[in-house]
Design a binder for this molecule. Structure first.
Ligand SMILES: *Cc1c(COP(=O)(O)O)cnc(C)c1O
Length: 380
């Protein structure tokens, strides 16, 4: 939880119990151990909160993108195994090992660096080797793989605990998406066979993100790596999180800061791009694009006020936005929910993603550090 004072009324509330239940659900669906991905500050939810909640839900592993993210979890006293999803920068290799992070490795040069470190400290460094089976981001190509596994097999200072890859189209349940995923899993099987042929004995095989975990039994292997589903959010339009028993954990809440009554046709905010459709009430809320409310959703999403959906109107500004309350007078201090539930209604992250022409991942990771992250209050 955020330390220190915060005066502002705008805040993120994270329901840790939802994260715990989502991880338990993903684990039950997968039937194998779960590595909960908490990179990018737990997809905007707060990495330490997310990590603790995921472990409570039965996650055996956590995963981060950066050495710094792994160190922050260790500093918070988290002891679980932590996978580093990419190679550390060579200058950070020692720090990564000191923080007991398990790096994914895909270059022989990095095997050598870790091998030296392992031999110097007299205890081999556990790594997971990553093969590129079709994502074309990081991972040894099929052509580079034999040299990588041979190098790892010869390195006494390194122990290959896992072999992994990442799926590019697991979130597309149609024919083309399925075919691409099957192709990747076939390439993965061949790569694992090659690793075993040179004497490696990886205990953990993992390929599945959230969509892979939910839709592709063959991708589950011995460990799955869900991220977005841990937070109850949909990996794609075709894979709605709610259909899989996952529930959102995040609320973005504020309070009405100013109210006024305006005549019909009153133009509102920068550019006067929106006009009041009738006489009525406007509420100003202290949240804007510097908090991660995308300017692209201007006049395209709704908020909850008094348990009802009301349109967010006019151009979103840096720190503030306007809500159209029509005939019902709002009051300064009224709760306004931008994401999450109020009085049985719910605004979903998916709505913002659609309105801003992006994905749930981008919406939540753009919620800025200016927003305090708080635990969820008791039942509302
Ligand atoms: C981010 C990430 C994941 C999690 O993906 P989701 O789609 O959020 O479930 C898994 N593996 C790797 C390598 C990643 O980068």
């Amino acid at each position: 939880m955020q330390q220190g004072r915060h005066w502002r009324t705008t805040r993120i509330e994270v329901d840790a119990a939802a994260i715990t239940s989502n991880v338990a659900r993903l684990r039950a669906v997968a039937g194998v151990e779960v590595c909960a991905v908490v990179k990018a500050d737990g997809y905007g939810h707060g990495a330490v909160t997310a990590a603790r909640a995921a472990l409570a839900g039965g996650a055996a592993w956590l995963a981060v993108a950066l050495v710094e993210e792994g160190e922050a979890l260790r500093d918070a006293g988290i002891d679980a195994p932590i996978l580093l999803l990419s190679e550390p920068p060579v200058a950070a290799a020692e720090a990564a090992v000191a923080a007991r992070l398990t790096p994914m490795v895909y270059r022989p040069e990095v095997v050598d660096v870790l091998d030296r470190l392992g031999r110097d400290r007299g205890a081999p460094v556990a790594v997971h080797l990553k093969v590129d089976t079709g994502m074309r981001r990081v991972g040894a190509t099929v052509a580079q793989w034999p040299a990588l596994v041979a190098r790892a097999a010869a390195a006494d200072g390194v122990i290959v605990e896992g072999v992994a890859t990442h799926l590019a189209r697991a979130d597309e349940p149609d024919e083309a998406g399925r075919a691409a995923t099957v192709d990747q899993l076939d390439v993965f099987d061949t790569a694992v066979a090659e690793a075993r042929r040179v004497g490696l004995a990886p205990r953990l095989l993992h390929t599945a993100n959230t969509a892979g975990t939910l839709l592709h039994p063959r991708a589950r292997h011995t460990l799955v790596r869900p991220g977005i589903g841990v937070y109850g959010l949909s990996p794609s339009w075709e894979v709605p999180a709610a259909d899989h028993g996952l529930r959102p954990a995040l609320r973005l809440v504020t309070e009405v800061a100013f109210v006024k009554h305006v005549p019909a046709s009153t133009p509102v905010s920068y550019g006067h791009r929106w006009r009041a459709p009738s006489d009525g009430w406007l509420a100003t809320i202290p949240v804007g694009y510097a908090d991660g409310l995308p300017r692209a959703v201007s006049s395209r999403v709704e908020v909850l006020h008094a348990g009802r959906r009301r349109p967010l109107v006019g151009t979103v500004t840096m720190d503030q936005s306007m809500v159209w309350c029509a005939g019902e007078a709002p009051r300064v201090g009224d709760e306004v929910v931008l994401l999450g539930d109020q009085g049985g209604e719910r605004i979903r992250v998916e709505e913002w993603a659609a309105a801003a022409d992006t994905i749930t991942y981008e919406v939540v990771t753009q919620l800025t550090a200016r927003l305090p992250r708080l635990g969820a209050p008791g039942p509302r």
